[in-house]
Design a protein around this ligand. Structure first.
Ligand SMILES: Nc1nc2c(c(=O)[nH]1)N[C@H]1C(S)=C(S)[C@@H](COP(=O)(O)OP(=O)(O)OC[C@H]3O[C@@H](n4cnc5c(N)ncnc54)[C@H](O)[C@@H]3O)O[C@H]1N2
Ligand code: MOO
Length: 401
């Protein structure tokens, strides 16, 4: 059976980023840049003052010099003339430095009235002046494709005069829950049935990770129905199925999709929960088949759907990032499957992170999953460890789970 990293690499290898679309800059935080962002202007566009004070010629800036104030240049109102020997112009933070001036004296170092200023310090050429282009110049590449846009980037793009921006289209992720026994929340529940938690949980997870979820109607345990439902999702960037992934007579997802040409890349991997994970392609549509057990479905989503959505959205797509924490309980030796223990996080008296796995870890226990802060990663064949051992964890909320 494939390992978790091998399975992830196989999935990512088959995914390509979506195309670009142009959106308003204000909506672009969290999106992925699809074209280089080139500065449309020079910033600052002119030499500007970094302080409130007086612009003058450096040659005049000697202690005790008395200069004639020939005008004022508030920010946004440049002074039209030029500064000659013995003259000064009143200016403020952000004011354009007038022609002829190459020195700023801050107002705290000057005595002044409406007509004259006397210097209490000698200035230096260029001091307190932000030269034109200090930040960037027109034509500079400010951000490169693949950049996951932050609020800081939005500010930079705005400063470079971009009201619109080209980003990768949000990947559309179709979600197909299968099973005779499941019903959508609020719908009539068949005898012996349960409500489909997976559809809604996966949709929320997809949205939190930058995709657009489309919840398809539930498909019963019937090959044709499953095939038809999947065919209706051919426009999506990824189809995620849940349930019907295992070996039972009624686990028909692979059979149904094979009827319409599913090319299976792999099925079953060495992890718990989530062993029956399947990945393949229906024509151009990648298909990730998750197990039906709700916790298995969400752990598989965390480890595989999240990087897949990231790759589709224009990012590299990587394993969820891990942290270290001290495990408060002893752990028994692991078997050949990578294990993912649902756990709560706390801090000990010294402020260090601790993690406490729940007792029973059954993959149907959603309330426990909802209460968990993290999963503890246990490598295949990890030896037994005493309480207090440092372990790797994935924080769930940070991953949109
Ligand atoms: N003989 C074997 N049996 C099983 C094996 C195995 O290797 N040999 N693997 C087990 C493992 S591991 C898992 S995980 C499950 C996965 O099975 P399926 O993907 O086929 O899932 P289902 O049988 O359809 O459902 C499992 C469980 O989850 C409930 N379910 C299904 N869909 C939903 C949904 N949308 N929302 C909430 N809950 C759902 C379903 O009612 C079942 O209780 O197989 C083991 N069996
Ligand atoms: O994926 Mo299953 O039992 O390993 O939950």
């Amino acid at each position: 059976m494939l390992s978790v990293p091998e399975a992830r690499a196989r999935i990512l290898a088959l995914l390509a980023p979506t195309g670009g679309e142009i959106i308003p800059l204000a909506e672009a935080a969290g999106r992925v840049l699809a074209a280089p962002l080139i500065a449309r202007l020079t910033q600052p566009p002119n030499d500007v003052s970094a302080m409130d004070g007086f612009a003058l010629r450096a040659a005049d800036s000697v202690i005790g010099a008395r200069l004639r104030i020939i005008g004022a240049a508030p920010a946004g109102h440049p002074f039209a003339g030029s500064v000659r020997p013995g003259e000064a112009v009143r200016l403020f933070t952000g004011s354009v430095v007038p022609a002829g001036a190459d020195c700023i004296i801050i107002q705290e170092e000057a005595e002044y009235d409406d007509t004259t200023v006397t210097l209490r310090e000698a200035g230096l050429p260029g001091k307190h002046i932000r030269g034109a282009g200090l930040d960037f110049a027109a034509g500079d590449t400010l951000l490169s494709p693949g950049r996951h846009l932050t609020a800081r980037d939005i500010g930079l793009a705005a400063a470079a005069n971009h009201p619109w921006i080209t980003v990768h289209r949000k990947p559309v992720i179709a979600i197909l829950a299968t099973g005779d026994e499941i019903a959508m929340p609020g719908d009539p529940i068949p005898a012996g049935g349960i409500v489909s938690s997976n559809s809604h949980a996966l949709a929320a997870f997809v949205r939190a990770n930058g995709g657009i979820p489309i919840i398809l109607p539930i498909a019963p345990d019937d090959r044709t129905a499953i095939a038809n439902a999947a065919a209706s999702a051919s426009h999506a960037d990824l189809l995620i199925t849940t349930g019907g992934a295992s070996v039972g007579t009624h686990d028909l997802v692979q059979a149904g999709l094979s009827d319409i040409g599913l090319d299976v890349d792999f099925w079953k991997i060495a992890m718990r929960p989530g062993k029956p994970l399947m990945f393949g392609r229906l024509g151009n549509l990648p298909v990730l088949g998750l197990p039906g057990n709700p916790v298995s479905a969400m752990i598989c989503a965390l480890l595989f759907a999240k990087p897949a959505i990231e790759r589709l959205a224009g990012l590299p797509g990587t394993a969820p990032s891990t942290d270290s924490a001290r495990c408060t309980i002893a752990l028994s030796a692991n078997d050949h499957r990578a294990d993912h223990l649902r756990a709560t996080i706390d801090r000990d008296a010294d402020g260090h992170w601790t993690v406490t796995p729940f007792g029973p870890q059954d993959s149907s226990m959603l309330r426990r999953l909802a209460r968990a802060d993290a999963v503890v990663l246990r490598a295949p064949h990890a030896p037994a460890t005493p309480a207090g051992t440092t372990v790797s964890i994935i924080r769930l909320a940070a991953c949109g789970l």
